[in-house]
Design a protein. Structure first.
Length: 181
């Protein structure tokens, strides 16, 4: 087998990407401190055609050299906003008809493999701080909690990796309507 050259990948330009329909998902970063994690989430949002990214609290916003190192230009393609208080961002998203989902280990959380997004609904997925996770007050405002099943000793996954896992699973559920996977 031969690796494909970049020219063979059929990548969209930033302008083409911006005009392409997105899946009805907004990613909310609640106090994510690592600039590399933030950049990685930008890139994942670009890869899986996420509607937008909301950066909250201590989560840094572009332009920033450390974000750019991992985003590799995705800060230009992905629509993003900054809102100081995560609860304010979620209140706005709820008023716009989004179902609010904390990605967190909680009582009654729904295992990711059991979650079947309804294509007629819009979702806001909240990912939290690298050590503390999604703030409890933010969890309290959410409609449900999604949990990534884990069998190891740590029971935690890096926030950028978690975003990749969850967004891939959501994208896979929408893929027939948006892209061939």
């Amino acid at each position: 087998m031969r690796k494909l050259a970049n020219a063979e990948l059929g990548r969209k330009s930033v302008e083409e990407y911006k005009c392409t329909p997105k899946i009805p998902v907004v990613v909310v970063l609640d106090n994510v401190r690592s600039l590399n994690n933030i950049g990685s989430v930008f890139r994942t949002c670009d890869a899986f055609m996420i509607e937008s990214l909301v950066l909250c609290g201590i989560t840094a916003a572009p332009p920033h050299r450390e974000i750019q190192k991992t985003a590799l230009g995705a800060t230009e393609s992905v629509h993003w906003t900054y809102v100081a208080d995560t609860r304010d961002a979620l209140a706005r998203l709820r008023s716009e008809g989004y179902t609010l989902c904390a990605v967190e280990q909680t009582e009654n959380s729904v295992m990711l493999h059991d979650f079947k997004p309804v294509h007629e609904k819009k979702y806001a997925l909240v990912f939290g701080h690298e050590i503390r996770g999604v703030d409890q007050e933010v969890v309290n405002t959410c409609d449900l909690s999604l949990e990534i099943p884990q069998m190891g000793t740590k029971h935690s996954i890096n926030v950028a990796v978690s975003a990749g896992i969850v967004l891939w699973e959501i994208f896979r559920n929408y893929a027939s309507a948006y892209a061939k996977v």
